[in-house]
Ligand binder design. Sequence first.
Ligand SMILES: Cc1cc2nc3c(=O)[nH]c(=O)nc-3n(C[C@H](O)[C@H](O)[C@H](O)COP(=O)(O)O)c2cc1C
Length: 436
Amino acid sequence: MNTPVDLSIDFCGVKFKNPFLLSSSPVSNSAEMIERAFQDGWSGVVFKTLNSDRLPIIHPSPRMHCIHYGNSKEIAVQNVEQISDRPLKDNLLECLYLKKHYPDHPVVVSIMGFFEDEWVYLAKAAEDNGADMLELNFSCPHMCIEGAGHKVGQAFHLLERFTGAVKKHVSIPVMAKMTPNITDITEPALYAKKGGADAISAINTVRGISSVGLDDWVPRPNVSGKGAISGTSGPAVKPIGLNFIASMAKCEALGLPLSGIGGIETWTDALEYILLGAGTVQVTTGIMHYGYRIVGDMIEGLSDYMASRGIPSVSDLVGKALPNLYETEAFELDRQGIVQYDMKKCVGCGQCYIVCRDAGGQALDWDRRKRRPGLVEEKCLSCMLCSFVCPIPGLISFKEMPRGWKRRETAVKDPSLAAEMKYEPFKKEGPDECIA
Ligand SMILES: Cc1cc2nc3c(=O)[nH]c(=O)nc-3n(C[C@H](O)[C@H](O)[C@H](O)COP(=O)(O)O)c2cc1C
C-alpha cells in the first residue's frame, strides 16, 4: 500500500494546502481569475503587484513577445507589462472577496511603492483588507517610471530601508522578491533580512532581448517602432532561478524560507526547486502556456513521487539536494568515465557520430555499410554530447572507469613542426599570490 502523503506546507506560519502558488502577474490579476485557479487546485496566490494610484499605470502595447524553439512553443516569454493598472480600491475589494470566499487559500499581496510612505501605505492597505502575507516587488526589470522595481533591488540600502519601513507597520509576514539581474543574490537577500524580511522569493524576470525583427530592426515586442530590454520568463530561465534559490538556501547567514519562481511548468520542475531549498513555488509562464489546469498534474505527480518513495510530507523534501551541491573544486578528478552504448537499441541515425567528430573527442568510428557507430574508449571525453542528440532513450549512458584509467591525449596534427616551435614551459616568478 502506498504511504498517504501530505502536500501541505507551513511557510512563515502561513499554511498552504500544497506548495503551488500563482505568482504575481497577469495570471493573478483579478478575483474572478484567482477563484478559478483555486478551484483547479492552486493553494494560494501572490496577487498582481498593487500600486497606490499616485501615478497612472499604462501598459505598453503590445506588451509581450515569445520565443518558440524548434517544435517547442513558448520556451520563453518577453514582457514589458507594468504593475497592476487597476484602481487600488478594486484590487483591495478583490482581496476581501477572496478572503471571504476562500479562507483556506492564503492571499499574498504584492506591492510596489516609490517612496517609503507609499510602501507603508500599500502594506497597511493590503493587511487591512485580508492579505495573509506581503511580497515586496523589488524586481520588475522594466518599469516605465524611473526609481522602482529592480532599480531598488539593486540598491541594497533602499531595499533594506523599504523592507524595514513595511515591517514596522504590519504584523503579517513580509517576503522580499529579488531580481535576478544581479551577480550574487545572497547580497540583496541579506539586506532584506537586515530590514526584517521573513522570507525571500526569486526570481522575477531576467533582463533580456528575445528577438529582433529582421525587416523592421526593432527588438521585440515592437511597441510602435520601439523595443526595450525587458523581462524574460519561462522554461529558458529555470536554470537561473534554480541557481539563485540554491545559492540562498546554502547561505547559512540568510536562513530564511524561500519561494522558488522561474520556468516551472511541471511537477518535476517544482520538485527541483523544492529539493534545492524552496518551501513554496510560484508559476506564471507555465499558466500563460497551458492554463491553470497544470496544477492537477503537479499535485498528482508530486503525490505519486512521494508515495512511491515513502516520503510522508513535502516538507521532508525541502533542501534535500543541497548536501550534494558543491563548488567544482570538490570534484574527485581521479574518477573518470566514458559513454557506453546499448547497440541493440541503435537505429543507425548517425547523429552521435556527427557531434562526436565535430564537437567531441572523435571517439566514434562509423561503419557505413551497417550504419553503426563504434566507440574507441580511450578517446571518449565523457562530454555526453552523443547521448544528448541520440533519439533513443537509454541507448547511451555514462560508465565510470576503474581508477587510474587514462584517456588518450589528442594527437597533434603535424609533430614534425616541433623543430620550428618557440616554446618555454611556464615558470612562476616571485611569491604565489591570487588576484581573486
Ligand atoms: C507578463 C508578466 C507580468 C508580470 N508582472 C509581475 C508583477 O506585476 N509583479 C511581480 O512581482 N512579478 C511579475 N512578473 C514576474 C512573474 O511573477 C515571475 O516572477 C516571472 O515571470 C518568472 O516566473 P515564470 O517563469 O513562471 O513566468 C510578471 C511576469 C510576466 C510574464
